[in-house]
Design a protein around this ligand. Structure first.
Ligand code: GTP
Ligand code: MG
Length: 319
């Protein structure tokens, strides 16, 4: 029999059922009553450690993610190999969602059949708040299911991508040798949210120049307690991956020892709450902006018996 109850599905997911977890994530994307039920359960559990990986299409994020998964499973966090790793592939430009593979974007074949690895794609803009709300909810569901670490691959360097990437505990920005990438990342505001820069495809020419450009942009930007690290990798061969993993752990340790971890999680909770509040208020406006009471205020305004401010206050029952 098909299980539909979020509580039951979560219990299944906690026992290792990928089907249970997948169904909960489908609820999260749907924005329905089941979404709310799932989220209510999920937020009773810890958030996983979120490693965000973002960058222009084709930069090598998936190849890199695949390598990082292997390192995470072998080396783990401070010498404790991770039992399982979750991966969320987010593509704001694609309409395909669910377990579906986003075209050829997922190059994580090595782990596609590894039962310690759970990979999920998300692309829907389906419900209120869209991806920017579905992603944090999905991460919480994965945390509740028992994942202590989730890698989030986000395609692109637009506003939405930056927003999603910056919701990570550690944000990695992947670029390639050549002047264009660094400039594009800078324009998109990725310089401010990056904790680690990875110059991938370091087997190509222009690595030194890209590093220099990045250093210069960082010098010119606002100085933060953590100066982003700049690393070089060749994801296809695995060169530099161990160092990248060490850098992630270094950043993680810096955050715990400096108190930045709590500051960031607090900021994240605040922006999530504000976003949901904005959506809720907006929905209330839609309700108030129609019907007899609204028409009455509108007529009063047109006839000169009220002004827009008084009318709005009356409609919101503030006055
Ligand atoms: N030469 C070289 N090619 C690489 C390297 N890393 C990845 N590639 C290749 O670059 C292409 C894109 O790699 P992906 O890992 O799919 O890149 P992505 O950033 O995930 O791509 P999207 O998800 O489509 O944005 C593939 O053909 C990879 O084999 C590298 O270090 N050197
Ligand atoms: Mg990819």
């Amino acid at each position: 029999m098909k299980v539909n109850e979020p509580a039951e599905l979560l219990a299944m997911a906690q026992r290792g059922s990928r089907v249970g977890l997948a169904r909960l994530l489908t609820y999260v994307e749907s924005g329905t009553r089941r979404h709310r039920e799932s989220v209510a359960l999920a937020y009773q559990h810890q958030s996983p450690y979120v490693l965000g990986i973002t960058g222009a299409p084709g930069a090598g994020k998936s190849t890199l993610t695949d390598r990082l998964i292997a390192t995470g499973l072998n080396v783990g966090d401070c010498g404790n190999p991770l039992e399982q790793i979750g991966v969320l592939c987010v593509d704001p430009s694609s309409p395909i969602t669910g377990g579906a593979i986003l075209g050829d974007r997922i190059r994580m074949q090595e782990h596609a059949s590894d039962e310690r690895v759970f990979i999920r794609s998300m692309a829907t803009r389906g419900h209120l708040g869209g991806l920017s709300q579905a992603v944090p909810d999905a991460l919480r569901v994965m945390g509740a299911a028992g994942f202590s670490m989730v890698l989030v691959e986000t395609v692109g360097v637009g506003q939405m991508e930056v927003q999603i990437a910056s919701a990570a505990d550690t944000t990695v920005v992947v670029m390639n040798p050549g002047w264009g990438d660094a400039m594009q990342a800078n324009k998109a505001g990725l310089l401010e949210v990056a904790d680690i820069f990875i110059i991938n495809k370091a087997d190509r020419a222009g690595v030194r120049e890209t590093r220099r450009d990045l250093e210069q942009m960082l010098d010119m930007g606002q100085q933060r307690p953590w100066r982003p690290l700049i690393l070089e990798t060749v994801a296809t061969s695995g060169t530099g991956i161990d160092a990248a993993w060490v850098a992630v752990n270094e950043h993680r340790e810096f955050q715990s020892s400096s108190g930045q971890f709590d500051v960031r999680r607090r900021d994240r909770a605040r922006s999530e709450l504000t976003r949901v509040l904005t959506i809720a208020v907006r929905a209330r406006v839609d309700v108030v902006a129609e019907g007899a009471r609204y028409d009455a205020q509108l007529s009063a305004l047109i006839e000169g018996h009220t002004d827009p401010y008084a009318a709005a206050e009356a409609l919101l029952e503030l006055a």
